[in-house]
Design a protein around this ligand. Structure first.
Ligand code: ATP
Length: 265
C-alpha cells in the first residue's frame, strides 16, 4: 500500500469497452463500457441478476468475454489468466467472501501477499490491516471459518489489501450483514481509498451505501449500463431516488411525503 494517496487522476486505471459475457445462451452483460479513474471509488448499481458479478468476473479473468476489451493500466488483459491479472495489481473480493475456512486468519492474510517478495512492506501492510480491523488481530490464530459473516468480510477485504493492489474489485460487501456492520465496513472502505489512494470498483444492491461511499456511478439494468454520472448527481435523479433509494417524492395536501417502495433498500 502506498503511504501517501495520489489524487484522483483523469487517467483510467480500468477501461471496459463494449464487453459482452454470457453463460451458454444467457447473455449476462451486453455491450458494457465503463472506466475507473486512478484514485476513485466507482460503483455499479443494479438489482438481483442485473449482471454486476459477471462484470467483475469478466474483469478478473474468471469469465472470458464473448466481445469487447478489458484494459488495466493501459494493458489489454481481456481473457488473461486470473493469476496474471492478480500479479498485475488487481485484487477481487468475491461475493460471499470465500475465505479459506481451515486456515488461520493470519495465514489467510498472508495468502493475499503470496505474489510479493518485499517482506518488510508485507509486515507493515499486515499492521495496517490490523489497524483497520482490530478484531482480525485478536482472532489472528483462529481458523477463518470460525469468524462471523461480517468478520469474514473484513478478512476478505484485508486479504485483498495484502496484495498491495492498484485496484480492488469489491462484490456486494453488504451481503448478509446488519445495517450497522455494513455502515462500519463502508466507512473503512472509504478510509482505505482516502488514506492509501487505492482505487476501488464496488458493485452493490445497497444503493444508498454505495452512492454515499463512491465518486462515480453506473446503473446496470438487464446487463446494460443505462445511466452514468457522479454519485452526487445520481443521488438527485428521480429514477434513482424511486427505484434504487426506495424513496418517492410526491405531494399530498401540500405536504412532501416520502414513501418506501417495496423490495428496494
Ligand atoms: P446478484 O446481485 O443477485 O448477485 P448480479 O447483478 O451480480 O446479481 P449476475 O450474478 O452477474 O448478476 O448474473 C447475471 C445473469 O446471469 C443472471 O440472469 C443470472 O441468472 C445469470 N447467471 C449468473 N451466473 C450464472 C451461471 N453460472 N450460469 C448461468 N447463468 C448465470
Amino acid at each position: 500500500m502506498s503511504e501517501t494517496p495520489p489524487p484522483v487522476s483523469d487517467q483510467p486505471v480500468l477501461r471496459l469497452s463494449n464487453v459482452e459475457s454470457a453463460y451458454g445462451p444467457i447473455k449476462a452483460i451486453r455491450g458494457v463500457s465503463l472506466q475507473v479513474r486512478r484514485g476513485e471509488i466507482a460503483t455499479v448499481l443494479g438489482a438481483n441478476g442485473a449482471g454486476k458479478t459477471t462484470i467483475l468476473k469478466t474483469i478478473s479473468g474468471i469469465i472470458d468475454p464473448r466481445k469487447g476489451t478489458v484494459e488495466f493500466k493501459g494493458e489489454d488483459i481481456t481473457a488473461q489468466d486470473p493469476a496474471h491479472i492478480v500479479r498485475e495489481g488487481l485484487s477481487h473480493v468475491p461475493e460471499g467472501r470465500e475465505v479459506f475456512p481451515l486456515l488461520s486468519v493470519r495465514d489467510n492474510l498472508m495468502m493475499g501477499a503470496y505474489t510479493r517478495n518485499d517482506q518488510d512492506a508485507v509486515m507493515r501492510d499486515l499492521e495496517t490491516v490490523f489497524g483497520y480491523f482490530p478484531i482480525l488481530r485478536e482472532r489472528a490464530t483462529q481458523d477463518a471459518g470460525l469468524l462471523s459473516g461480517g468478520q469474514q468480510q473484513m478478512l476478505a477485504i484485508s486479504r485483498a489489501l495484502m496484495a498491495s493492489p492498484d485496484l480492488i474489485l469489491l462484490d456486494e460487501p453488504s451481503l448478509g450483514l446488519s445495517p450497522k456492520l455494513t455502515k462500519d465496513i463502508f466507512e473503512i472502505v472509504v478510509r482505505i481509498n482516502r488514506e492509501h489512494g487505492t482505487t476501488i470498483l464496488l458493485v452493490e444492491q445497497n444503493a444508498n451505501m454505495a452512492l454515499n461511499a463512491s465518486d462515480f456511478g453506473y446503473v446496470l439494468e438487464n446487463g446494460r449500463i443505462v445511466m452514468e454520472d457522479t454519485c452526487a448527481h445520481l443521488r438527485e435523479k428521480d429514477d434513482i431516488k424511486e427505484f434504487y433509494l426506495g424513496i418517492k417524492e410526491d405531494s399530498v395536501r401540500g405536504e412532501r411525503r416520502w414513501k418506501k417502495k417495496k423490495n428496494w433498500r
